[in-house]
Design a protein around this ligand. Structure first.
Ligand SMILES: [Mg+2]
Ligand SMILES: [Zn+2]
Length: 239
């Protein structure tokens, strides 16, 4: 059996194109036949309200919340990801999701693959099924009441603010982060990390490109940029 990593290791996962290889919004819209409406509305709306609008579109087309769940259950999840999540949890790491998807999609996928219980916290846009059976998706930050004020991030979510909150609640000064992501929205939280923390990015995805073009901003981070984080993480966790 592998030796356990140092105590206080927090592994933060992005969700879309990180835990899953697809985008959960695109997946459900495409599979349930609403890609045309999404393409039509996209130039006029920001992503988070667009997704709420698209759930209305699916509802109007007779698709239920259960249809949406089934759609996500039918999507593949790489066996290496499931294995890496279970291994990290078994080794005592504190696993969290920080994602611009939503609670409904994320919990459906993680529960379906039996790993929801491996995560101590999921920070994402809230979702609920309303009295009409329509899935409603709300912003994580209320941009009118409590704007996050970060120019790097979309107004509904600053992942950097979420990381700062997790850091502030740390029970020990010896807490270290491993942040795994791919997108533009993962750059801001990467900048919040410090000495002894790690970023794992997918090669040639937006986060990778931002790190490569702004390396000086990440000088305090042991910047691991992984071609395949699943394998790298497994090798780290079984060292
Ligand atoms: Mg992503
Ligand atoms: Zn931010």
């Amino acid at each position: 059996m592998a030796s356990a990593p140092a105590p206080g290791v927090v592994v933060v996962f992005d969700f879309d194109r990180t835990i899953i290889d697809w985008d959960s919004d695109d997946w459900v819209i495409t599979k349930l036949g609403a890609a045309d409406a999404s393409r039509r509305l996209r130039p006029t709306m920001r992503w988070n309200p667009l997704m709420d609008r698209m759930m209305a579109e699916l509802h109007a087309r007779g698709k239920t919340a259960e249809d949406i769940r089934d759609c996500h259950r039918s999507a593949p999840l790489d066996a290496h990801v499931i294995s890496a999540i279970k291994t990290a949890a078994a080794l005592g790491c504190d696993l969290k999701v920080v994602s611009d998807a939503n609670t409904f999609f994320i919990e459906t996928v993680l529960a379906h693959h039996g790993v929801l219980g491996c995560f101590s916290e999921i920070s994402t846009n809230p979702a609920r099924v309303d009295a009409d059976g329509r899935l409603r998706i709300s912003p994580f930050h209320d941009s009118a009441a409590t704007p996050h004020g970060c120019s790097l991030c979309p107004e509904n979510m600053c992942k950097g603010k979420i990381i700062e909150k997790i850091q502030a609640m740390a029970s020990t000064k010896n807490q270290h982060f491993i942040y795994i992501g791919d997108g533009k929205g993962d750059y801001c939280p990467s900048l919040k990390l410090g000495e002894g923390d790690y970023v794992m990015s997918k090669e040639n995805y937006p986060l990778w490109k931002l790190i490569c073009s702004n390396k000086q901003l990440l000088k305090f981070i042991h910047g691991i940029v992984a071609r395949n984080w699943k394998r790298l993480y497994l090798s780290w966790s079984t060292r």
